[in-house]
Design a protein around this ligand. Structure first.
Ligand code: T68
Length: 832
């Protein structure tokens, strides 16, 4: 407001607008090749062309980003902040081109200049700052938040190394570091946006002028957080939101010059490296918490920097603190950012001088907590001693939060002494532990699960007592969703185009329920034919990828059976591979004439095992060992192929999902909170074989139970079954036993290599119910074969399923969060 008119005019005259048409794109492209990259027509390889294209698009994005941020600051309405330790973004260029609506422009421009756009897109290294579903969900949410014009920021860590690259060597997983930041055109370093983050030290009580006792946290060490901003373009809207990632470095510059000048060079470099270690690497575990000090440091570093930023932004508006929750909603993606609750309470009480109760009211009105798992090994707990050492003031605050909470519980439930022990934020174990999920519940106004069954389960199992204490309204469900932009339009351009041609436009990409009109075409011969051709072409593309990367030839006319996701016993890739062995034995036992009548199948696996998860690595090894035998068996030929795809990641998922006929979502009932790839596969015209678990249940409800192959025991029966295994008599399914005996004969290599997998079922209680579900699994696969033989019916099922998938858009999901948890409205850019 204080800028003189003449200056404003000068700024306006000089304003850049970014390119629009092909010519504009080409100009920007060549400018970047020549002046940013210092190259020319004669040495512009595909990688340089990728860089120049990205920079041209980045320039456009940042202009929209600036306008969006200015507008959001000016209107100053409520913002939502999504705190996630993981953002599994994948590639940015294709997404940016499609969301801005200039992919065709770039395609023509690149062709003029001598490049194929597909080759250029493939130059990009995936941004793989996540493990699996949780991180990818955060990425889909950012896309929806921007596409729906919500004023929203993501906050995360800028890991130097994302999830490791997986190599398969002699059938075993090897991990290679993922150094991805060599050249990243999508981030803007903000060297002026830095925060000093404190660790260790002591707390001193002192009396202020008014006679009040205040706590002062002093001493310890400082690490500097530097912001890196990643623009997030919405689809078909100028709204471009921000993902702010924090990077750590030694506070106060390169290294400690005092130490350096005193000749202590080594130690000054060591300090610097220690600081940089905080954001160095993503922990590669999904659904497992291992309680390492560095992980806790990462959490506090990221949370403290983000809250400093959020509070600084709020304070600029000069509003009273009581309005904080009207301006700010913070969503905790799992318990990883739970310290944010404690940090905000500390800022308000220790630094801003608010009374405890007033501060706590603000804190609890601000936060929402999303739970993603009921697996006990994944629930975060930190040793009290470790928290005390690293964050002494925070531990005091946690104890106070717990004290006030338990006092209230005691008052409300005077007769239930055991209740206090059960719900205490501090677990009275040896050593004592801080239960992060309980802290997250106590410090939030809403807690949500990620699919209906899961949200019910948390209310009746792990958080049962809290439902008693707070009443049922604090707990809610928001079923996960996926962005149709990346998972249909980008991954499956031909299908997207076919749909758009029949629906009369791209509207379904912003209102996925629009797909339901496709149902009228389910029996349309011509439509079915085009649909099948696209599926076939996508299978040819995947077959080529399999050939190029794994050297295995597969026939695209086979039924493609896919299971790609993190390798975990609860996800039961072992059930799948045992089923494959069963199929192989059955084929071997057939006479040649009978064999000829069988339907050819390709079993495709992919996914990473946490480097320290031995059993998961054994499962990968067995899959590869089976592939090695089956794929070269002359009796079998095309009837069965087994492939383990190396290094499954987001960009590979974009090739795999469109090419699947049937995908496997076969977790032990009650263990998979939601699953999101199940949604991706169905949206791409594939069917599902799955258990009654997670979002499979709602997918069934939406698409109809004749369009999905469900099998296995129900969640409500799992506990009893486990009990029988341990205390009753446990008999192994006879067909599974044959599979085990074949493995033990050495058919797939040294039997000893796989003895632990077999023992887990036979001798150690079969916790994941592999044997209990085996028969039903095999029988259901027979139904899949039968159904696939009738291609007309099969394709109709696929069309009907896609038509009914509207519910699983992350747009629907984000709108539910906005309404029931964040109380936030969109802020469109149109009228500015
Ligand atoms: C997944 N969780 C759920 N966790 O397993 C999946 N865990 O059912 C659900 O669909 C998805 O979240 C989204 O809600 C994870 O992916 C992790 O990756 C993880 C990472 C660190 C620590 C614990």
């Amino acid at each position: 407001a204080s800028i003189p008119e003449a200056q404003r005019e000068a700024w306006k005259r000089a304003q850049t607008t970014g390119f629009r048409g092909t010519e504009g794109f080409e100009k920007e492209f060549v400018r970047h090749v020549e002046t940013t990259l210092g190259r020319s027509m004669f040495n512009c390889d595909e990688n340089a062309a990728y860089s120049a294209t990205s920079l041209a698009f980045r320039d456009r994005l940042i202009l929209d980003w600036n306008r969006t941020q200015q507008r959001q600051t000016y209107i100053d309405s409520k913002r939502v902040y999504y705190l996630s330790l993981e953002f599994l973004m994948g590639r940015a260029l294709d997404n940016a081109m499609l969301n801005i609506g200039l992919k065709d422009t770039a395609k023509v421009g690149l062709a003029d200049l001598g490049f194929r756009i597909e080759d250029i897109i493939q130059q990009e290294h995936d941004a793989a700052l996540g493990n699996g579903g949780l991180g990818r969900l955060a990425a889909c949410f950012l896309d929806s938040l921007a596409s729906l014009d919500f004023p929203a920021w993501g906050y995360g860590l800028r890991y130097r190394y994302g999830i490791f690259k997986q190599e398969i060597i002699d059938g075993y997983q090897m991990e290679v570091p993922d150094y991805w930041l060599d050249f990243n055109p999508w981030e803007f370093p903000r060297h002026d946006v830095t925060v000093d983050i404190q660790f260790y030290g002591q707390v001193r009580k002192q009396t202020d002028d008014t006679g009040k006792t205040v706590s002062v946290w002093e001493g310890g060490e400082l690490v500097e957080a530097v912001a890196y901003d990643v623009p997030i373009p919405g689809y078909d809207t100028p709204t471009t939101n921000n993902l702010r990632l924090w990077s750590s470095k030694a506070s106060g510059g390169e290294f400690d010059f005092q130490k350096f000048n005193n000749g202590d060079y080594e130690s000054s470099v060591a300090d610097q490296q220690r600081a940089e270690t905080i954001s160095a690497v993503l922990y590669p575990n999904d659904n497992l918490e291992r309680g390492k000090e560095l992980r806790l440091k990462q959490q506090y570093f990221w949370v403290a920097a983000s809250l400093y930023d959020i509070v600084r932004r709020f304070k600029k508006s000069k509003r009273p603190w009581s309005e904080f929750p009207d301006q700010v909603a913070i969503q905790l993606n799992d318990t990883h950012p739970t310290l944010a609750i404690v940090e905000l309470q500390r800022i308000l009480v220790d630094i801003e001088g608010l009374a405890w109760d007033q501060a706590w009211e603000i804190v609890t009105s601000t936060f929402g907590y999303t739970n993603h798992t009921v697996l006990p090994e994944a629930l975060e707990k930190w040793p009290v001693g470790l928290v005390q050492h690293l964050l002494p003031r925070h531990l005091q605050i946690i104890y106070d939060i717990n004290l006030f909470f338990l006092q209230a519980v005691e008052k409300a439930f005077p007769d239930d002494r055991d209740m206090l022990r059960r719900v205490s934020i501090i677990e009275e174990s040896q050593p004592k532990m801080v239960r992060m999920a309980f802290l997250a519940i106590v410090g939030s106004h809403k807690v949500n699960g990620v699919a209906e069954l899961h949200s019910d389960l948390i209310k009746t199992t792990i958080f049962k007592d809290f439902v008693e204490i707070y009443g049922p309204d604090k707990f809610t469900n928001v079923t996960n969703g996926i962005t149709p932009r990346r998972w249909l339009h980008q991954a499956n351009p031909r299908l997207s185009e076919l749909i758009s041609s029949r629906l009369g436009g791209n509207g379904f990409l912003k209102d996925l329920n629009g797909l339901n009109k496709l149902e009228l075409l389910a029996d349309d011969k011509e439509f079915r034919k085009e649909w099948s051709e696209i599926k076939y072409a996508n299978k040819v593309r995947l077959a080529k990828h399999i050939k190029d990367t794994m050297g295995v030839t597969v026939n695209p006319a086979s039924l493609f059976d896919v299971q790609v996701k993190r390798i975990h016993e609860y996800k039961r890739q072992q059930l799948n591979i045992f089923g494959v062995i069963h199929r192989y034995l059955a084929l071997k036992a057939m006479k040649p004439e009978e064999r000829k009548k069988q339907l050819p199948r390709v079993s495709i696996f992919g996914g990473k095992a946490a480097p320290g998860y031995w059993m998961a690595k054994q499962i990968i090894h067995l899959i590869n060992a089976v592939g090695a035998v089956v794929n070269k068996d002359g009796d079998i030929g095309d009837l069965l192929k087994v492939v383990f795809l190396e290094d499954y990641n987001v960009s590979k998922a974009e090739i795999i999902c469109p090419a699947s006929d049937i995908s496997e979502h076969i977790s032990t009932a009650g263990t998979e909170a939601s699953g999101t790839s199940n949604m991706k596969f169905v949206l791409n015209g594939g069917l599902i074989i799955g258990t009654c678990d997670g979002a499979n249940i709602e997918i069934t409800r939406e698409i109809g139970d004749n369009n999905i192959f469900l099998f296995g025991n129900l969640a409500e029966d799992v506990e009893d079954l486990r009990h029988t295994h341990t205390y009753g008599s446990h008999t192994i399914d006879p067909d599974l036993d044959k599979v085990f005996k074949e493995i033990e004969k050495g058919t797939f290599g040294t039997p000893h290599d796989f003895s632990a997998m077999i023992a887990a079922v036979r001798d150690h209680g079969d916790y994941y119910l592999v044997s209990d579900d085996f028969h039903s699994y095999i029988e259901t696969h027979k139904l899949v074969d039968e159904a696939y033989r009738n291609q007309d019916d099969w394709v109709s099922k696929c069309i009907i399923s896609v038509a009914r998938m509207g519910f699983f858009s992350s747009d629907r999901c984000i709108n539910e969060y906005a309404e029931s948890i964040w109380n936030i409205e969109p802020l469109a850019m149109k009228d500015c």
